[in-house]
Write a protein that binds this ligand. Structure first.
Ligand code: FRU
Length: 479
């Protein structure tokens, strides 16, 4: 710990205390999602279950509601549902990370928790340097920095970051997001035998390689996982053009399913699929927990997406995480299910049978600012829509095989929409928090994730039938 580190910690804690009341009176503070105590949160980092406890670190700018020299904030949990804010894990206090302890990951080895992150350094002229750094902890709370373990190889710009580390056959691997000097996004691989000396292996895949055409000028936050014997690269490409219903957000987050050959290195893979159909989803990170589940948490935000217009900004905080979701693979597509522990939040179950003909009915959702709704249709003619507190709508057109999430834009109140194709609608599981909505469709085969900002007094949740709908609807208050 150096003097700068001490100062930054003290200043951050002062800000938390000074703004506690302002932040907490915001009606858009979430009830059961992770958010920053003050300031800005972005990517999840270092997600791991270690000695029974889940640790989720995050990109935290405690000093303003904008980006800058990030710390690693820290939450811990025994059950993925109730989280405790811990002391700051890393501050940007050293020469190699002074403009930000950027995103990275955690692994456990020899009774220690190890984290790998990107040290971001910028000089007065804005020139960037990047260093892959290592820190260790005996208790999972306080970390000792070990400094730089990998440097920028030739042929890439300093947009080279976000190490995700794993072990296979006794060796360590680190995947990073990168940009070539020709401004092509790439995922690259390093390897190590001892966690301290890393050597560069090469590109796995990326824009303008033999498997992809133009595919973005930078790739961020890669993650490599194995499910059902398939290797999957999850990654966030920047610079893709919108194409029909796809790639509608400023930057994308999705995956390639394939086969990884670490020695070459190469990832043979299929097409890029988006992970989420909503407005706010980026930089997800996964971990395999002690029960063997692959769990994903994402940032419920997207960089450069009008963040300063979010209505929480005047109250000195912005952004939150998605719910934790269990991943599985079905027909080469990732399926995301809210983790089962979330059921422990369920209170006051209500059951209703809906039978509507060209009509609208209120749904019995007592506290829609913290609720879960499960809708199982029995019969649909044409389609239906569900309206959430006057600020968002889920619209199903059976005729077009299309599901749409609309919301009032937080920039100008205009209605904006995201869509995906759904051949047959079997179930819809919706999680509402005071300023977020997550819609899991057909057991998580499709997901829409979004922030939304209803007028706090408007608690109306209603369903309308285009022609006819019969459905079972269950709802719970979540507390
Ligand atoms: C993604 C990202 C990462 C970077 C971090 C900085 O949102 O840009 O690439 O490490 O955020 O906060």
């Amino acid at each position: 710990m150096n003097v700068r580190d001490q100062e930054l910690r003290e200043q951050a804690m002062k800000r938390v205390a000074a703004y506690e009341n302002i932040v907490n009176q915001d009606p858009y503070r979430l009830h059961y999602h992770i958010m920053p105590p003050v300031g800005l949160l972005n990517d999840p980092n270092g997600f791991i279950q270690w000695k029974g406890t889940y640790h989720l670190f995050y990109q935290w700018m405690p000093f303003k509601t904008g980006h800058g020299a990030k710390c690693w904030g820290h939450y811990s949990s025994r059950d993925l549902v109730r989280w405790r804010h811990e002391e700051i894990a890393l501050t940007p206090s050293d020469w190699y990370d002074r403009s930000g302890c950027y995103s990275g990951s955690a692994i456990a080895e020899n009774d220690m928790l190890h984290v790998f992150y990107t040290g971001n350094v910028r000089d007065e002229e804005g020139n960037r340097e990047t260093y892959q750094c290592h820190a260790v902890s005996k208790d999972g709370i306080s970390f000792e920095k070990r400094g730089v373990v990998a440097r920028l190889p030739e042929g890439y710009t300093a947009h080279f970051r976000d190490p995700k580390v794993w072990k296979k056959d006794g060796r360590w691997y680190m995947v990073l997001g990168a940009q070539t000097e020709r401004l092509e996004g790439r995922a690259v691989l390093f390897t190590s035998q001892n966690l301290t000396e890393w050597s560069f292996l090469g590109d796995l895949t990326g824009s303008n390689t033999d498997q992809l055409g133009e595919f973005g000028y930078m790739w961020e936050c890669p993650d490599i996982i194995t499910l059902d014997g398939k290797d999957i690269l999850i990654v966030c490409p920047q610079g893709l053009e919108a194409e029909g219903f796809r790639f509608q957000n400023v930057y994308q987050s999705g995956y390639f399913v394939g086969e990884l050959d670490e020695r070459k290195p190469a990832l043979r893979h299929g097409d890029f699929e988006e992970l989420d159909r909503g407005f706010d989803f980026y930089a997800p990170q996964t971990t395999k927990d002690e029960s063997g589940r692959r769990i994903l948490i994402g940032w419920m935000g997207v960089p450069d997406q009008d963040e300063q217009s979010q209505p929480t900004i005047p109250n000195e905080w912005v952004h939150c995480m998605t719910l934790p979701r269990e991943l599985s693979l079905k027909k080469n597509r990732l399926v995301q299910k809210p983790v089962q522990e979330l059921r422990t939040l369920r209170q006051e179950e209500k059951n209703a049978h809906i039978s509507l003909k060209q009509d609208t009915e209120m749904l019995d959702v007592k506290q829609p600012e913290k609720a879960e709704i499960l809708l199982i249709p029995q019969y649909i003619e044409e389609g239906f829509d569900i309206s959430f507190r006057g600020a968002a709508r889920l619209i199903y057109s059976k005729t077009d095989g299309l599901l749409t999430l609309e919301r009032n834009s937080y920039v100008d109140e205009r209605t904006e929409a995201r869509h995906c194709r759904v051949e047959r609608l079997k179930d819809v599981n919706i999680f509402l928090d005071s300023s977020s909505i997550e819609v899991f469709v057909n057991g998580g085969e499709e997901v829409f994730t979004a922030r939304y900002f209803p007028y706090p007094g408007n608690n109306r949740v209603s369903i309308s039938a285009r022609k006819e709908i019969k459905a079972e609807v269950t709802s719970w208050t979540l507390a």
